[in-house]
Ligand binder design. Structure first.
Ligand SMILES: *[C@@H]1O[C@H](CO)[C@@H](O)[C@H](O)[C@H]1NC(C)=O
Ligand SMILES: *[C@@H]1O[C@H](CO)[C@@H](O)[C@H](O)[C@H]1NC(C)=O
Ligand SMILES: *[C@@H]1O[C@H](CO)[C@@H](O)[C@H](O)[C@H]1NC(C)=O
Ligand SMILES: *[C@@H]1O[C@H](CO)[C@@H](O)[C@H](O)[C@H]1NC(C)=O
Ligand SMILES: *[C@@H]1O[C@H](CO)[C@@H](O)[C@H](O)[C@H]1NC(C)=O
Length: 504
């Protein structure tokens, strides 16, 4: 362990900001944890050819038990129903397998879970080299799926991450400093610093650039802005620049668990370097009394190495880097099981053809609903849904609307009925949880109609030099819509059936 490091034990979980405390408890309770982290911690493992012993913590229920094993099969001090655990030795490696069934009653209906998993650890003098050992489980019931863990921030597990972090250093490359004087009439005053910052401990790269007319605060961004799979811990960088001395100060926080995933570290370091810039200065052609300066480091790719000093190092909770982020609200899957509801909006009819918008109620921040148009009639007054755009695939939960549905409209009762199939991808994108259910809800708003001219647009792309022309109206049709354009309504989903499926 690095002697120079100051280790501070801390389990700073992100603060939860939510109006309803009740919702927080249930979102992180037994049921939610059983879906997201069906897994166990094994501690105090020691094993030899004679036998083994360990304690086991179920991370969903928080239940613990002490085990002793003769040969491969282990028994708990106090018998735990529906739990089978075993340890297998192979040389200096121990594999712990667990298969357990448990129930959670913090949600209605009460749900029964079965999960199984195996994890290995190397032994030193019969004791586990790393503790606790995480045994990740796959769910077997109520649905078969293997929950997704996060990738974590760049390079956290790359070999040598921690060792190299003891002497923090960064490579600055493609360094450009441009400083232009100006009278703000014929030439503008402008300063611009850009470079790529690479942390040499973990390989993390950020693009850095100055913002605004005076380059002092430098904005740096890496992969964290494009990825949904980093998890709770994201590398952060603060850079300052002094245009008078060309001095750049880097301040970065990153993460290493290559030495032991049970003891992830959050590492902060900073360093300052006067950039060895060489500049070309020349008058601005349109305004020769003003100068522009263009500077680089005079070597290949304009690079400079910055050595830093280590700041505070914090030990994070075991496996926290790749663990799923604790839920503050119900995800697609839990909403669909325990409180399934559609939110509908923008009901309208155009020459008798119905459309509306739909989204699952998951309380997961704002998401645009998806439009549904009237497709083929299926008989008995039902119509196939024709879905509008499908912009949901990039977010972890996937689309929050049906991949298939049919609807019926009872004009007299102003009732919209929907038979829908949808899926939730956030737990296991390869084995999504697939749902079907029916809902009927009243459009409880005045529906107003007007006559509009109907024009037929073609889908054909414009030819060369062709201008978009608005076609002549070919008739007049009724266009009806809810009087309050922002009106939305909720339909409880009944007869919900759910299974695990292969992704579509
Ligand atoms: C495991 O280690 C503990 C403490 O070192 C010891 O008391 C115990 O006998 C060991 N158990 C086995 C099965 O080796
Ligand atoms: C599990 O138990 C520990 C220690 O008893 C407690 O601090 C923690 O809050 C519990 N977690 C849950 C999810 O109940
Ligand atoms: C776990 O146990 C259940 C019975 O409780 C069994 O059906 C299942 O096959 C077991 N799974 C594994 C992976 O051992
Ligand atoms: C670096 O970041 C730490 C923590 O955010 C802060 O306390 C410190 O003042 C920063 N140093 C510089 C030079 O920005
Ligand atoms: C309106 O609907 C009627 C019957 O559904 C159809 O015959 C007519 O062509 C439609 N009008 C337009 C302008 O699409």
């Amino acid at each position: 362990m690095a002697r120079s490091m100051l280790l501070v034990g801390a389990a700073a979980l992100a603060g939860v900001s939510l109006a309803s405390a009740q919702a927080v408890i249930s979102a992180q309770g037994c049921t939610s944890r059983s879906f997201s982290i069906p897994s166990w911690f094994v501690t105090d493992l020691n094993a030899s050819d004679e036998g083994a012993s360990f304690s086991l913590l179920n991370r969903a229920t928080n239940q613990t038990a002490e085990y002793t094993c003769q040969g491969a099969n282990c028994e708990a001090e106090e018998e735990i129903e529906d739990l089978v655990a075993s340890v297998q030795l192979s040389g200096t490696t121990a594999s712990v397998s667990v298969n357990q069934t448990w129930s959670c009653s913090d949600r209605n209906p009460q749900t029964k879970f079965t999960a199984a998993g195996t994890a290995s650890v190397s032994l030193t003098d019969g004791k586990a080299a790393s503790s606790p050992l995480l045994v990740k489980g796959s769910l077997l019931q109520p649905v078969a799926l293997t929950p997704r863990y996060n990738e974590g921030p760049t390079g956290h597990d790359s070999p040598g991450c921690l060792a190299k972090s003891e002497k923090p250093s960064w490579l600055l490359s493609h360094v450009i400093w441009a400083d232009q004087d100006g009278d703000e009439i014929t030439s503008v005053k402008e300063q611009r610093l850009t470079f790529i910052l690479t942390n040499l401990a973990n390989g993390y790269e950020a693009s850095c650039m100055s913002q605004g007319p005076v380059a002092t605060n430098i904005f740096c961004a890496g992969t964290e802005f494009q990825s949904f799979t980093i998890g709770r811990y994201s590398i952060s960088t603060a850079v300052q620049f002094d245009p008078a001395t060309y001095s750049v100060t880097v301040n970065q926080t990153w993460f290493c668990d290559d030495h032991d995933p049970a003891k992830p570290l959050q590492i902060a370091a900073s360093g300052t370097l006067p950039l060895p810039l060489e500049c070309d200065t020349e008058p601005i052609p349109s305004s020769p009394s003003h100068l522009k300066k263009f500077c680089t480091v005079p070597n290949t790719d304009s690079t400079a190495t910055l050595s830093g000093t280590l700041g505070t190092v914090v030990t994070l909770p075991p496996y926290a880097i790749e663990d799923p982020v604790p839920a503050t609200q119900d995800s697609c899957t839990l909403s669909s099981i325990y409180n399934p509801r559609w939110q509908f909006s923008y009901f309208s009819t155009y020459n008798g053809s119905i459309s509306f918008e739909i989204i699952l109620q998951t309380n997961r921040g704002f998401r645009y609903p998806n439009p549904v148009y009237q497709g083929e009639a299926t008989g008995d007054g039902w119509f196939e849904c024709e879905m509008g755009y499908d912009g949901g695939a990039q977010v972890p939960e996937g689309p929050l609307w049906p991949y298939k549905c049919q609807f019926a409209w009872d004009e007299g009762r102003k009732e919209l009925s929907l038979r829908a199939e949808w899926e939730c991808l956030e737990l296991d994108a390869e084995n999504p949880v697939r749902f079907s259910g029916v809902s009927t809800a009243t459009v409880n708003s005045n529906i107003v109609c007007e006559k509009v001219e109907h024009r037929e647009y073609t889908d054909e792309p414009l030819g060369e030099g062709e201008e978009l022309t608005i076609p002549e109206p070919v008739g007049v049709v009724d266009y009806c819509y809810t009087e309050n354009p922002g009106y939305s309504w909720i339909g409880d989903i009944k007869d919900v059936i759910w299974t695990s499926g292969k992704s579509l």
